[in-house]
Design a binder for this molecule. Sequence first.
Ligand code: C2E
Ligand code: CA
Ligand code: CA
Ligand code: CA
Length: 275
Amino acid sequence: AKEGGRGRCEYFAPWLGERNRRLVSIEQALRDALRRGELCLHWQPRVDIEGWQVVSAEALLRWRHPELGHISPAEFIPVAEKCGVIGEIGAWVLTQACIEAQALLTGLSVSVNVSPVQLMRPTMLDDVRRALQASGLAPHRLEVEITEGIFIDDTPEALANLHALKDLGVQIALDDFGTGYSSLAYLRRFPFDTMKIDRAFMRELLNQHDARAIVRTIVDLAKVLGMRTVAEGVEEPAQLEILRRAGCQDMQGYLVARPMPVAELHDLMAHWHLH
Ligand code: C2E
Ligand code: CA
Ligand code: CA
Ligand code: CA
């Protein structure tokens, strides 16, 4: 085994499986990724279902490693969380997203995914303040997306940071709603502005009748609580129609657009009225 630094999990051992060896190389490469400029953001537009306008865009992290190729955030974010690099990466994403949006996404709100681990860090609030300052983006244009799972081990730090973000004027979205536990309890305890209905429901919508009833119930519940609803992963016109009838306000998904570089989204918006 190779000696790792403090708090690291670096091992090259023959008993590690293929998957673990990949995770170790990802971890080591991640530490350099920022410095080498291998990270960038892609943007996916959020569209309001009634007016068919782009109302905001979600920043999604992309990493292209020279040897490992494209690595999905679903794979490397958990590694970054475990090994402590998430703080640096998260701060970079916040600043980069705000700068790109302020420069090219006039009039749109900006959604940034924030890892539960990042949310618990004492520097979280400073990271957000710095991003707003560096970009000049108005706080109300920034929305932070938090996955539902976080509150399972709800820490006072995470809660305090959420409230402090709200005090700054930043919007808070609950990501992946419907996939975690005790969803209803969370909703009552935290001041979310937006609820994102998980993509898992979209698949069900087409073949399972009770899925429609469930989505309708989720939308109604969000309304009662004063939250805006966003459906994630909408791919089919039939899904959109069901969501419209359920009263869901916004949607994201391949039906409208895949995540793309900021310049492409800028162009898409310039020609939006022609769509
Ligand atoms: P998420 O926040 O739930 O993001 C939505 C994911 O669904 C994105 O995958 C997006 O590309 C994909 N998607 C959007 N529309 C569709 C669709 O119509 N069909 C299908 N099949 N997929 C669709 P992506 O970009 O690979 O990101 C995966 C996850 O990684 C995200 O899930 C989020 O949890 C995490 N992530 C991405 N960027 C960041 C980041 O900057 N910071 C943190 N902490 N997490 C991030
Ligand atoms: Ca998200
Ligand atoms: Ca999501
Ligand atoms: Ca997700």
